[in-house]
Ligand binder design. Structure first.
Ligand code: DX5
Ligand code: ZN
Length: 229
């Protein structure tokens, strides 16, 4: 059963922000109630698009307290883990397909004292994380093929989220379960009902006229406050 009390983390994706005004955009999303900032790093090789690298992270790091949730869509990924950790990433997430030794890559992230996560493409099975669970702080389910914002949510991934929720709940460590791609006020409730606790959203937040209202819309109905709270 989905737990209605589960705390939902909202991580707007900078990919949909105005790149000419990144500092202002980050300040605005922080003021609007975002929990984390999701940063999509693309190399034009692992995915068919190019975004930004560690220099942009380092430049923004000085201007916000938001945790940086860094989604690496680059291959090979290992040679760049250190640079993103040093640039100010708080969480570093990578795809199992982006390097030959997933376990070693996750160890490298953790050696920097950063949270480590694995991202599953729509075609990537849940089993790919089975033997690295002890190194994970997060799992992110792609509900679009990675590379671009503004794509349509793939409902075919909902059973994968549910399977991961069961796997995480049966385990002995907290692992954030995120969903990334096509998340809107309409699709978010399906992802949450399947078991997601973290919503990555680009277009539906940075493309909205009122960022705070968009974030509230993703969180869904808030539980009623108890007396005295
Ligand atoms: C896609 C990225 C996503 C993207 C989401 O490769 O991983 O984080 O920014 O964008 P929307 O919310 O527009 O689908
Ligand atoms: Zn992403």
């Amino acid at each position: 059963m989905p737990s209605p009390e589960r705390q939902i983390t909202i991580a707007p994706s900078l990919l949909a922000a105005d790149f000419a005004r990144l500092q202002d955009e980050v300040a605005a999303i922080e003021a609007a109630g975002a929990d984390w900032l999701h940063l999509d790093v693309m190399d034009g090789h692992f995915v068919p698009n190019i975004s930004f690298g560690p220099l942009v992270l380092a430049a923004l790091r000085k201007h916000t307290k938001l945790p940086f949730d860094v989604h690496l869509m680059i291959a090979p990924v290992d040679p760049y883990i250190d640079a993103f950790a040093e640039a100010g990433a708080d969480h570093i997430l990578l795809h199992p397909e982006a390097g030959p030794h997933l376990h070693r890559s996750l160890q490298r992230i953790r050696a920097h004292g950063k949270k480590a996560g694995v991202v599953l493409n729509p075609g990537t099975p849940v089993e790919s994380i089975e033997w690295v669970r002890d190194l994970l702080d997060g799992v992110l389910v792609m509900t679009v093929n990675p590379g671009f914002g503004g794509q349509k949510f793939l409902p075919s991934q909902l059973p994968k989220i549910a399977e991961l929720r069961r796997m995480i709940d049966a385990g002995d460590r907290p692992i954030a379960l995120g969903v990334d791609g096509g998340i809107t006020a309409e699709t978010a409730p399906h992802a949450i009902a399947a078991g997601a606790d973290t919503l990555i959203a680009g277009t539906s937040v940075f493309g909205a006229p009122d960022y705070a209202a968009a974030i509230r819309g993703l969180r869904g109905p808030q539980p009623a406050k108890t007396a005295g709270a």
